[in-house]
Design a protein around this ligand. Structure first.
Ligand code: AR6
Length: 191
């Protein structure tokens, strides 16, 4: 695990299966139909059980689609969490169709949802970097920078944010970027 400190709060980089890590809220990488799918979405529904999909079906009837950049909350079924926040990441095209802003919005929206619910711990997968094709390095940088900026700007209950990578090589990418952010924070602090 690698830790970046934001005051008394922590951004943790963790390698593993997000469905096995206990937190207050687990973020899912969902689709705009909130219909379930493969990847981390499939793993979350498989581990959490059918309660999550029945709540999503009710939400779908109420709101229709959830746009990219947005998220909706459900219970967490059998997962080791209180909530699942189903975030809809952008489908990556050429990078010029607002994908970066939508990806940033996923992280910010879920962090705001955590704060509204007075949640202390939240975990994120690397949204949009599987089926949705977002270049991994770019998406990782957005995740790290957006979470760090949010933690610095918001005092309150959210004290641990875990960014979870599913493979050792993905974890290394995050750790290398985090080290660069850490040294730029250190040189900023001393100047
Ligand atoms: N724990 C942590 N990370 C995981 C896990 C896991 N159990 N499983 C996969 N990942 P993806 P997307 C990583 O494709 O790109 C679905 O069908 C994976 O290695 O799950 O946002 C939805 O329904 C990758 O880095 O999500 C949508 O239709 C990251 O999670 C669509 O895929 C995201 O990969 C969303 O695509």
């Amino acid at each position: 695990m690698f830790v970046l400190n934001a005051g008394s709060r922590e951004l943790q980089l963790v390698e593993g299966d997000i469905t096995k890590i206990a937190v207050d809220a687990i973020v899912n990488a969902a689709n705009s139909h909130l219909a379930g799918g493969g990847g981390v979405d499939g793993a979350i529904h498989a581990a959490g059980g059918p309660e999550i999909m029945s709540e999503l079906s009710a939400i779908r009837q109420r709101i229709g689609r959830c746009p990219a950049g947005g998220a909706v909350a459900t219970n967490a079924g059998r997962l080791p969490a209180k909530f699942v926040f189903h975030a809809v990441g952008p489908i990556y095209g050429d990078g010029k169709a607002g994908e970066a802003a939508q990806l940033e919005s996923c992280y910010r929206t879920c962090l705001n949802m955590a704060a509204e619910r007075k949640i202390e711990t939240i975990s994120f997968p690397s949204i949009s970097t599987g089926a949705y094709g977002y270049p991994f390095h770019d998406a990782s940088l957005i995740a790290l920078q957006t979470v760090m900026a949010w933690l610095k700007a918001h005092a309150g209950p959210v004290s641990v944010v875990k960014l979870v990578q599913f493979s050792a090589s993905d974890h290394r990418v995050y750790c290398n970027l985090a080290r660069k952010i850490q040294s730029s924070l250190a040189s900023g602090a001393s100047s």
